[in-house]
Design a protein around this ligand. Structure first.
Ligand SMILES: C[S@@+](CC[C@H](N)C(=O)[O-])C[C@H]1O[C@@H](n2cnc3c(N)ncnc32)[C@H](O)[C@@H]1O
Length: 246
């Protein structure tokens, strides 16, 4: 019987890619060692050089895998807190998190709310986030002590079921780039904008296409559209766009 979870788990992003990096590191180093052992007596110099080359390539795979692991387990959580703090929530807001996955932003927002509520929407793809499901997100919320302040619902980001002007704050982290075509991504950003109340604020964090999101928001009439860089996560430049609705 599986042990019951006692700690929240926000999952590993791109789990297959991380696994592939560690597998490649293992194979590259193993091949280097094998080549060295087979040839070391007849050609000690070249076989030692080859071992060095294989180990260096293996180390690059290890470093990428390790960075991806750190990004999912540590970097993403630190950035989540920095970005949510910067929104300065008062506590009574209705917050919508698009592509919430295991509830990272939804729960982070709920922890900053008193009478407000946070809703997370997703389609729960396990390909892009390990262990992804609404039940796992609900369990995380319970373990974080905010089960009564959150709601998780299934929805496509490109076609939200919510009426327009129904949320004070709309956030999305690392989700919209998963929509493969520009039209779909634009639609998701426009949907986010549509459900936002006048006076509301929107924040998107992503590793690709953040400039596109900013353009869509400006076209939709957003005020104070600000793009900011947050260094590298998953070995990729990570940016946010923040906008306000008048
Ligand atoms: C990398 S995960 C990020 C999850 C969470 N925001 C976080 O930062 O931990 C991306 C999420 O976007 C969701 N997603 C991608 N495309 C979607 C779509 N068209 N509609 C709803 N959810 C989508 C995936 O199911 C996944 O949970």
């Amino acid at each position: 019987m599986a042990a019951e979870k006692t700690q929240p788990d926000y999952g590993l992003d791109a789990p297959m890619l991380v696994k592939r990096m560690f597998t490649r590191a293992g194979w590259t180093i193993a091949i280097g060692v094998a080549v060295f052992l087979i040839n070391r007596n007849e050609n000690p110099g070249p076989s030692a050089t080859l071992l060095g080359v294989f180990c260096a390539i293996g180390a690059i795979f290890l470093a990428i895998g390790g960075t991806m692991l750190w990004s999912s387990r540590v970097g993403k959580l630190q950035l989540r807190d920095k970005l949510l703090d910067s929104l300065g929530l008062k506590g009574e807001e209705k917050v919508l998190d698009l592509g919430c996955g295991l509830g990272l932003m939804t729960i982070g927002a709920a922890k900053r709310l008193k009478t407000g509520k946070a809703t997370g929407v997703d389609q729960w793809s396990a390909e892009v986030l390990s262990g992804n499901s609404s039940d796992a997100a609900k369990l995380n919320a319970k373990l974080e002590g905010v089960g009564d302040r959150v709601r998780f619902e299934t929805s496509d980001l490109r076609k939200l079921v919510y009426p327009e002007k129904s949320y004070d704050v709309a956030v999305s982290a690392l989700a919209i780039h998963n929509i493969g075509d520009r039209e779909g991504r634009d639609r998701a950003v426009r949907e986010m904008w549509r459900v936002l109340k006048p006076g509301g604020r929107l924040m998107i964090l992503d590793i690709f296409h953040v400039g596109e999101y900013a353009s869509v928001l400006r076209e939709a009439g957003a005020q104070d559209v600000t793009v900011a860089s947050h260094g590298f996560l998953w070995c990729l430049p990570t940016k946010s766009v923040v906008a306000a609705k008048q």
